[in-house]
Design a binder for this molecule. Sequence first.
Ligand SMILES: [Fe+2]
Length: 270
Amino acid sequence: MIFTGKVVEMKPSANIAYLVFAVALFFAFAWPEFAGAVGVPYDQKAEEGMDPDGIGFNNDPSREPPKDTLAARNRAAMKKFAAQDYSKLTGFGGLKGFSDEMLNNHFKIYQENVKNTNTLFFLLKRKIHEPENVELNRSLNHEFACMRLHELYFSNLGGNGRLDNKSSLYKDICAEFGSFERWKENFTLMGMMRGEGWMILYRDRQTGSLFNMCASDIGGGLLADCTPVLVMDVYEHAYSPDFHLDREKYIAAFMDNVNWEEAGKRYSEK
Ligand SMILES: [Fe+2]
């Protein structure tokens, strides 16, 4: 080895140590650039906890990063919201007039909303100061609303469609709309309007009043400080496979399957 123009004799063990040190330096600082130059796939995104294929989940167990690392914590953060299981709405004892195929496809749409909500929350935390934050936030607004509205919709199904006429919800609907049938007619007619994706019976938490409202999930969907007591999905994917263009027939089938006990619980919440 040469230092300051002089040849310095080194022991073989020192030479080996020097070589190991040099190799370690190379992998620590130069490997990513070198790997890229020679075509070796350097998986920086995976190292950072991202799906190497882009936004979304990496479902291949062999590509799971080690646990107890920043990457592992990031991946856990991407699974914050869990898709609920609504399979009880299918099969024997399931919804009347709804095919299992239509419902299972609808569950998949909902599961995508959950997955996208997780991913967008994850990305927003990492890109808080970047310009695309605005678009990510807009997308998250839509996906989160879809996730929650689907959960409210599926969980207010699976009943016999009969609201106990002694319940406070029944009495208050009658007081607000004149009769239960008049509320139902209003809810149905508004649900048949074109261009809106959700039909919701709300309770205003400030005044306690009940009202029907059409809603789009683009831009949030839910009204501030109001409780969604009953939610009906009227997007075409919710009914067209079984009911084709007959939205009125779908709404009638929806009414026959409403779980009014669940709606009553929401109504009673302060
Ligand atoms: Fe839907």
